[in-house]
Design a binder for this molecule. Structure first.
Ligand SMILES: [Fe+2]
Length: 307
C-alpha cells in the first residue's frame, strides 16, 4: 500500500469539488497567520460575556472531558486565551497546538493541519452587538468549542485520524461525505455518559440556543452514530440540526474511523447525499424520534422558537 507523507500538504486540483476560497495576500500556502491577534479590551469583553453565558448553560449538559479541558488549559481566567500559553499545556498533554487563521481555510489545508496535530482557529471575534450570529467560525467557537477536548487523548487521536482521512476523500473527490462525518461528530456530536446524554460537539458547546435544543428539544432526532450512515446524510449549516448522532465513547469513535478504510463508501456513494437531515432509517438505533416541529414551522428564518 502506498505510504502517505502527512507532513506534505495534499494537493487538491480544480477538479476536486470544494469551496473556492481566496487566500488573503501575504499568507503562505498553509494559510497561517504569523501571530495571534492582539485583542482589544472590548473584544476580550465579548469573550467574557460569551464564556459566562455558556458556562451557565453547559452546567450538567457538557461532557466531563470538556470541563476538564477548560480547567487544564486555564481557559477560565478571563479574556481570549493566549495561545502561546495554552499551547505549552496542550502540547505536553496530547501534542496538539492551536494556530491562528484569518478565515475559513480550504479543506486540503485543514486536513493537512489536523493530520499534523494543529488546530486552526479564527484570529478574530464576533461583534459585541451580534453575539449569536457569526458568518465564519471565530475564536470563541474555535477555542472555547473545539480546543478543550483536544486535551482528551482519544478525542485528539480521532481528530488526527480525521485529518489523515482527508487525503483519500480528495483522491475520490468526496469531500462532502467526509465533511458530514465532521459535522455530525466534532461539531454536533452528543455522547452517552453514566450521568445521561451530554454534549461534545463544538457547534453546540459554543451556541446558547443549541446547547438546550440538542439535548432537550422535542424536534430533533437523536440517533446512535454509524459512520457509514452519517457520511451519506445531508446537513444544514445555518440552522439548528434536525438530527444529532450519539456516541458511547471517544475511543469507540476513534476506532470506527481508524478501522474504516472508507474506499467502499466513496466507491458506492453518488455525488449528492442519500439521506435527508431529518431521515430515520430502519437500521437506526434511535434514542428519540423527533417531531421536527421546529424545522416544519420554518426554522430560524420563520422566527420560530426552538422546541
Ligand atoms: Fe467548528
Amino acid at each position: 500500500m502506498e505510504q502517505i507523507d502527512y507532513s506534505i500538504m495534499p494537493t487538491a486540483s480544480k477538479d476536486v469539488f470544494a469551496a473556492c476560497l481566496q487566500k488573503p495576500p501575504g499568507l503562505s500556502d498553509d494559510w497561517l497567520e504569523l501571530s495571534q491577534r492582539i485583542y482589544t479590551v472590548g473584544e476580550h469583553n465579548v469573550w467574557d460575556i460569551l464564556y459566562r453565558r455558556q458556562m451557565d448553560i453547559l452546567d450538567g449538559r457538557a461532557c466531563d472531558q470538556f470541563n476538564q479541558g477548560l480547567e487544564l488549559l486555564d481557559f477560565n481566567n478571563g479574556g481570549v486565551p493566549d495561545f502561546s500559553k495554552s499551547n505549552e499545556i496542550l502540547k505536553s498533554i496530547t501534542g496538539w497546538t492551536v494556530v491562528p487563521v484569518p478565515m475559513l481555510i480550504p479543506d486540503h489545508v485543514f486536513f493537512y493541519h489536523l493530520a499534523n496535530k494543529r488546530f486552526p482557529a479564527g484570529n478574530f471575534i464576533r461583534a459585541g452587538d451580534r453575539l449569536d450570529y457569526i458568518e465564519e467560525p471565530d475564536v470563541f467557537h474555535d477555542a472555547f468549542g473545539h480546543v478543550p477536548l483536544l486535551t482528551d487523548p482519544d478525542f485528539a487521536q480521532y481528530m488526527e485520524a480525521y485529518g489523515k482521512a482527508g487525503w483519500k476523500a480528495i483522491q475520490y473527490n468526496h469531500l462532502k461525505a467526509l465533511s458530514a462525518l465532521y459535522w455530525y461528530t466534532v461539531e454536533f456530536g452528543l455522547i452517552n455518559t453514566d450521568k445521561g446524554m451530554r454534549i461534545y460537539g463544538a457547534g453546540i458547546l459554543s451556541s446558547a440556543e443549541e446547547s438546550i435544543f440538542s439535548l432537550e428539544g422535542n424536534s430533533p432526532n437523536r440517533i446512535y452514530l454509524n459512520v457509514d450512515r452519517v457520511m451519506r446524510t445531508d446537513y444544514k449549516i445555518n440552522d439548528l440540526q434536525q438530527s444529532y448522532f450519539v456516541i458511547d465513547s471517544f475511543e469507540e469513535l476513534f476506532k470506527q474511523t481508524q478501522e474504516r478504510p472508507f474506499d467502499d463508501i466513496y466507491q458506492n456513494i453518488g455525488a449528492s447525499f442519500q439521506y435527508a437531515p431529518s431521515a430515520i432509517l430502519d437500521t437506526d438505533h434511535i434514542y428519540n424520534r423527533g417531531s421536527q416541529e421546529y424545522a416544519l414551522r420554518g426554522g430560524h428564518a420563520s422566527g420560530e422558537k426552538p422546541v
